[in-house]
Write a protein that binds this ligand. Structure first.
Ligand SMILES: Nc1ncnc2c1ncn2[C@@H]1O[C@H](COP(=O)(O)OP(=O)(O)OP(=O)(O)O)[C@@H](O)[C@H]1O
Ligand SMILES: [Mg+2]
Length: 459
């Protein structure tokens, strides 16, 4: 592979030798006679690799090295020096040079360092790319006020050790919120251990969570470390927490209270330092009322409750989400990113997103797979999604005709109709309307966004 190599040395003879060796091997060679010149050349020319002398007048090699790090963290640097002392080598290594070669220079050593440096550079770039993709994969995308509020809650909750309970319908992004809390916490470098309480059979969940000793029960042929122990110093995410049996609930409560676990088949307790985040799409208060969930556990879990609203209450997030998923899809499949026409976007906003963001994501993928065109139009969208068919009632009197299917839908439909009626009555004057219906203005604004209520042009 042909490389662009920068040589920084105050001795002209060394620069010439290096140029000869490198160019003879087919590489491009840039030279600088001082640390200062080297750093600015690196900024301008973006080399693949740098050979850097240590002893130079003005800015010495070690300082230049740390500046180069600032220019490009992934840039591989080889230190060349006649004054190779252990201390300099150590310092250079600490600043991120991957090799140290001594003068007089040997052609083989130089070319060897070039090869190694190029490989290292490629690896570092790939690594950086992967990391940034990982970051975007778990990024909370959206522009709505509602999502901003959730992000603010995440920001506040993250650095504490408080237990967080994330509530919301299926597919709204509860897991993403949990990961965001961990990522922004002081435990970010430790593990994030996820347990899906609904997916693990009742008879296995305790050993999954707390571990077991060998022979603890029939079939326990090996000892197993529990998830709480694995998450020590990190975070455990108890997903679908409402699906735990009463017995498991009691044990989890004990871990939360005592900070210790006991493996099945052992009487020894093990101290664990674990931050707990739980999530559910069930209405826990209802579960408690029906005797399926312990109230004391609920109080322990919901020190910081975060409610993630359904997509239909934050339609403003849709364009950004679409763009995000289109980008992801085209990167994954090496395709040119498609675009949604304004009509296509509108059709997406009008669709009924029962499966929330997970469904939106699937629909975007399906549209991209099925269409070979660069622009997705409203018709394409309507062919795969169902619109929110139910007409929005224009007045409270019409609510009954909207045939809401659930209590929540009834409440929402009625609330929306009431607000529209009142807003009309007071000529869309927000302050006045808020005052009359006795709610803070901020709440009224929130509702307008939630229900996507816009002032009608004809009043
Ligand atoms: N704000 C967001 N930005 C980008 N992607 C999102 C966002 N919210 C959710 N997603 C994506 O939508 C999908 C569903 O999200 P997630 O698994 O976090 O939902 P959930 O609330 O845990 O759902 P369930 O209750 O079904 O477990 C995931 O692919 C996730 O990456
Ligand atoms: Mg989930």
């Amino acid at each position: 592979m042909k490389a662009r190599v920068l040589v920084v040395d105050d001795e002209a003879a060394i620069r010439d030798t290096m140029r000869m060796i490198l160019e003879y091997d087919g590489h491009e060679c840039l030279v600088a006679g001082s640390g200062q010149e080297g750093v600015s050349l690196a900024e301008r020319e973006n080399p693949d690799l740098v050979f850097l002398d240590v002893k130079m007048p003005g800015m010495d090699g070690l300082e230049a090295l740390s500046r180069l790090r600032g220019v490009n963290e992934a840039l591989p640097v080889v230190i060349i020096s006649a004054h190779g002392t252990a201390a300099t080598a150590l310092e250079a290594g600490r600043l991120g040079a991957f090799r140290f070669i001594e003068k007089p220079l040997s052609k083989d050593y130089v070319l060897d360092a070039v090869r190694e440096g190029l490989e290292l550079g490629t690896l570092r770039r790939e690594n950086r790319q992967l990391k940034s993709e990982l970051g975007t994969r778990h990024q909370l995308v959206g522009a709505s006020a509602s999502l901003k509020q959730i992000m603010e809650q995440v920001r506040r909750a993250a650095p504490t050790n408080a237990t967080v309970l994330i509530l919301g319908e299926s597919g709204v992004g509860k897991e993403l919120v949990a990961r965001a809390i961990h990522r922004n916490s002081l435990r970010a470098k430790e593990r994030f251990v996820q347990v899906n309480c609904a997916a693990i059979p009742e008879e296995l969940i305790e050993s999954e969570l707390f571990g077991h000793e060998r022979g603890a029960f029939t079939g326990a042929t090996e000892k197993q470390t529990g998830k709480f122990e694995m998450a020590d110093r990190g975070t455990i995410f108890l997903d679908e927490v409402a699906d735990m049996s009463a017995k498991t609930q009691a044990k989890v409560l004990r871990v939360l209270q005592e900070g210790e676990v006991e493996r099945l088949g052992s009487s020894r307790t093990i101290k664990v330092d674990v931050r707990v985040i739980a999530a559910t799409n069930k209405d826990l208060e209802e579960e408690i009322a029906d005797g399926r969930f312990r109230e004391d556990l609920y109080f322990r879990l919901s020190v910081i409750p975060i409610a993630v609203s359904p997509l239909r209450e934050r339609l403003d997030d849709i364009p950004a989400l679409i763009q995000h998923f289109v980008g992801q899809f085209s990167r994954d499949n090496n395709r040119r990113p498609a675009r949604f026409s304004p009509g296509g976007l509108d059709a997406m906003k009008q669709a009924r997103w029962r499966g929330n963001i997970r469904e939106l994501r699937n629909v975007v993928e399906r549209l991209l797979i099925m269409s070979d065109r660069d622009v997705i139009e409203a018709d394409d969208v309507r062919a795969v999604v169902r619109p929110a068919t139910r007409p929005v009632p224009a007045s409270v009197g019409e609510v009954a005709t909207a045939t809401p299917a659930t209590l929540r839908e009834f409440k929402e439909v009625s609330e929306r109709a009431f607000l529209v009626e009142k807003l009309r009555e007071f000529g869309w004057n927000i302050s006045k309307t808020a005052e009359v219906i006795d709610t803070p203005r901020s709440n009224l604004y929130k509702k307008l966004e939630q229900y996507n209520i816009k002032q009608e042009s004809d009043g």
